[in-house]
Design a protein around this ligand. Structure first.
Ligand code: PMP
Length: 358
């Protein structure tokens, strides 16, 4: 029986990539050493990190005036690093309150003594809609923080809010490389790797170069300018995670790039939403225009039935469908590496469960 991993992260990786890692693990490029054992200062690794950066630049069409940085510390560390590096003029940012991760970002920014204005909130709809701007943004804000995809609530921005000259800083953790955006529309983008890019332990930062270098005396490990100057090798980078991410980037190119992935993701998500919308038992609470192609929460309304569904799904090889503890129910994450066959298998099991329980 095939298994399909619907985890929100760490998440499914492309099977050919996992197989390639297995095949070349004992001796990376005939060096007699595994990738886990080579120096980050070696020529071998130089090639790995340079290729990864170039492939990412190609895939996202990242302009030359943006720096690509490889960090550790997850998306969460960027909740701290972004205000420390970018909120230097006024120590004052705006934020769109689109759910749990946006609110975590607000908390961490406040800990850096940055004033955070909530410009709009979806609290009133229990985050089943997306907050949007209804008035012009205060031009003295250092930036506006946006979560492009809300992993827990299952909402996703396809249109960006207009912030005038105020840079947009995007937490793209859960739809990085799964949905296309224009990099020029952002001052900065960051994303933890462990959903759409590779193993945990790596975080990508893409930042416009005129925005960095203005902070004084930052801790080195949080300093974007230092990381840019040292090509992300101020200290030992997560060598294995960068290598694996590099393989995923090559896989993405072979799949036809991000526009092709986005189209496939829309088709996969539509299979599931179409089923849920006609179901008498299951439902997705999100306003259709705000729905994520990456994370699809759904419920029966009866926690005992939800638990029975999750247990039965697991027996059928449909893994990690339990919803986030904050919202309960179920969640299917359909990242780039989830094949259409996985979504079809899920829809078939949903239909069978519904037939048996109504
Ligand atoms: N932002 C979003 C949108 C996320 O989904 C997550 C993790 N689920 C985070 C930030 C936090 O990421 P990390 O665990 O890499 O710190």
């Amino acid at each position: 029986m095939p298994t399909y991993n619907f985890s929100a992260g760490p998440a499914v990786m492309p099977t050919p990539v996992v197989q390639q890692i297995q095949a070349e693990l004992p001796s990376f490029q005939d060096s007699g050493m595994s990738i886990m054992e080579i120096s980050h200062r070696s020529q071998l690794f130089d090639q790995v990190i340079n290729d990864a950066e170039q492939d990412l630049r190609d895939l996202m069409q990242i302009p030359a005036n943006y720096r690509v940085l490889f960090f550790q510390g997850g998306g969460t560390l960027q909740f701290t690093a972004a205000p420390l590096n970018l909120a230097t003029a006024h120590h004052h940012i705006g934020l769109l309150d689109s759910g749990h991760w946006a609110s975590r970002a607000a908390d961490e920014a406040q800990r850096t003594h940055t004033q955070v204005d909530i410009l709009a909130s979806a609290h009133a709809t229990n985050y089943t809609t997306l907050p949007t701007l209804t008035q012009p943004v205060d031009p003295t804000l250092d930036y506006v923080h946006l979560t492009t995809n809300n992993t827990i609530e299952g909402t996703m921005y396809t249109q960006l809010p207009a912030t005038g000259n105020v840079p947009l800083v995007a937490d793209m953790s859960s739809n990085f490389l799964g949905q296309t955006y224009n990099v020029q529309d952002f001052g900065m983008i960051f994303a933890g790797a462990q959903k759409n890019l590779g193993p945990a332990g790596l975080t990508i930062v893409i930042v416009r170069d005129d925005l960095i270098g203005h902070a004084q005396n930052l801790p080195s490990m949080l300093d974007y300018q230092l990381f840019a100057d040292k090509r992300s090798m101020f200290n030992t980078p997560p060598v294995f995670a960068i290598y694996a991410a590099g393989l995923v980037l090559k896989w993405l190119k072979a799949q036809g790039g991000l526009a092709a992935m986005q189209q496939r993701n829309q088709q996969k998500a539509a299979l599931l939403y179409d089923f849920l919308d006609q179901s008498q038992l299951f439902r997705n609470p999100v306003e259709p225009a705000a729905r994520s192609t990456m994370n699809v929460p759904f419920v029966t309304g009866d926690p005992a039935l939800d638990a029975a569904f999750i247990a039965g799904a697991t027996e059928h090889g449909l893994l990690n469908l339990k919803g986030h503890r904050l919202v309960g129910g179920m969640r299917a994450s359909l990242y780039n590496a989830m094949p259409t066959a996985g979504v079809t298998a899920l829809v078939d099991y949903l239909a069978a469960f519904e037939a048996a329980h109504t």
